[in-house]
Write a protein that binds this ligand. Structure first.
Ligand code: APR
Ligand code: PHB
Length: 384
């Protein structure tokens, strides 16, 4: 198997294949330090956690991951708890940074002794519509060619695999973005708080008992330099504080950045012997915390299909890979769209839209059926 990209998708796929005795080569164009330090999302669904534990890479996740059985929705000065575990028969999410997942998977890969190239240049894919796929790249100024049975395009949204194959895409760039920070501050609440305020969305999250992760809705072209730390804290406190006096603890901000928001789906996720997985095929806005989890469910499907192929020569699961993965992707798109539109102020919106959002929040925090739907989707629909 030739795998392009050492993000969560590429690394987890390589690991699952290794457990089945299937050989792979991973080709990544950035450095090991870059991929392990890149700050991304941090919410793992129950199914993603189970997959990591069952495949033997959940040791540190079990120790350091923070299991959350509920989340809060905050509006009009009140936090409303959604008891996800009670509503779903015990399902929960685990807060564990994506960069920690990537570090654990790189450790596991290196321990197998199987190849993982960092800092590969001029990566290109060939021959996937014939019987002889190949990945070509430069490494330490030397040309390399990996001849393989199949190629997995796990190279993220800006990778090269998707563009190499015919596909149809659906895309929307949202007219707002998230300004995210990491601060040395003990989380002042032990669960996530999603807040809609008349000044915009804000999210309270965390990474560890000493680190709080916080986000603010901002304009997509916002200049980070116009956000000194005091302004960030002031805005976070206005948007998150509740009338019972709750607010985030403050501390030194040690990382900040602005992330644009888009939704995107490429169909199909396969061309011949090239299979796309993760962000290479789809992007969800971060509000539903689904990006990393979709990458995990894609590679689980692909690993099962490849295992069936190598064990018995059956191609049926490979043929079903794209449709099966896309079915879950579209459900996650629906959920992420719903969470996003309920919780953000649109620059095109009006007073009616805001009142409708408040009614939606009122409904979802008071109707058991609506709470079950939120809890079921947030903790993750079962992987079939
Ligand atoms: N050649 C080799 N590697 C490449 C190339 C290329 N031309 N282009 C990109 N890559 C690498 C990137 O450097 C990155 O390490 O592919 C990897 C893709 O990783 P991710 O972007 O993390 O995507 P994925 O593994 O699908 O994980 C999805 O990422 O964006 C988040 O929220 C999303 O959590 C989700 C996760
Ligand atoms: C995060 O902790 O980074 C996080 C949490 C929830 C989200 C998105 C990001 O919906």
């Amino acid at each position: 198997m030739g795998i392009v990209g050492a993000g969560p998708a590429g690394l987890l796929l390589a690991h699952l294949l290794h457990l089945e005795g299937i050989d792979s080569v991973i080709v990544e164009n950035r450095s090991r330090q870059y991929v392990t330090e890149r700050v991304r999302a941090g919410v793992l669904e129950q199914g993603t956690v189970d997959l990591m534990i069952q495949s033997g890479v959940g040791g540190r996740l079990l120790k350091e991951g923070m299991r959350h059985e509920g989340i809060y929705l905050n509006f009009q000065g009140t936090r409303h708890r959604i008891d996800m575990a009670a509503l779903t028969g015990g399902r929960a999410i685990t807060v564990y940074g994506q960069n920690e997942v990537v570090s654990d998977l790189i450790e596991a890969r290196l321990a197998t002794g199987r190849p993982l190239f960092f800092e590969a240049d001029s990566v290109s894919v060939h021959g996937f519509d014939t019987g002889a796929p190949a990945i070509r790249f430069q490494h330490n100024q030397e040309p390399h060619e990996v001849r393989c049975d199949f190629i997995a395009g796990c190279d993220g949204f800006h990778g090269i695999c998707r563009g190499a194959m015919p596909h149809r895409s659906y895309e929307r760039i949202y007219p707002y973005a998230w300004l995210g920070i990491l601060a040395h501050a003990a989380p002042s609440c032990d669960e996530l708080v999603y807040s809609l305020h008349e000044r915009g969305f804000a999210l309270f999250s965390m990474r560890s008992p000493g680190v709080t992760r916080l986000y603010l809705q901002c304009a997509p072209d916002e200049d980070i330099d116009s956000w000194p730390d005091e302004r960030i804290w002031k805005e976070l406190c206005v948007r998150l504080s509740t009338s019972d006096g709750w607010k985030p603890n403050q501390g030194e901000i040690f990382q900040k950045g602005i992330t644009g928001m888009r939704r995107f789906v490429a169909e199909p996720m396969r061309s011949g012997r090239l299979f796309l997985a993760g962000d290479a095929a789809h992007i969800v806005p971060p509000t539903g915390a689904k990006g990393l989890n979709l990458a995990a469910s894609d590679v689980r499907n692909l690993a099962l299909a490849l295992t069936a192929f190598y064990k018995s020569g059956r191609e049926q699961l490979l043929d079903e890979y794209s449709d099966k993965s896309l079915r879950r992707v579209w459900k996650a798109q629906r959920f992420s769209w719903w969470m996003t539109s309920m919780l953000h102020l649109s620059p095109e919106g009006n007073e009616f839209d805001h009142r409708r959002q408040l009614a939606e929040l009122d409904y979802v925090t008071s109707s058991r059926a609506a709470m079950v739907s939120l809890a079921e989707n947030y903790t993750g629909l079962p992987m079939d």
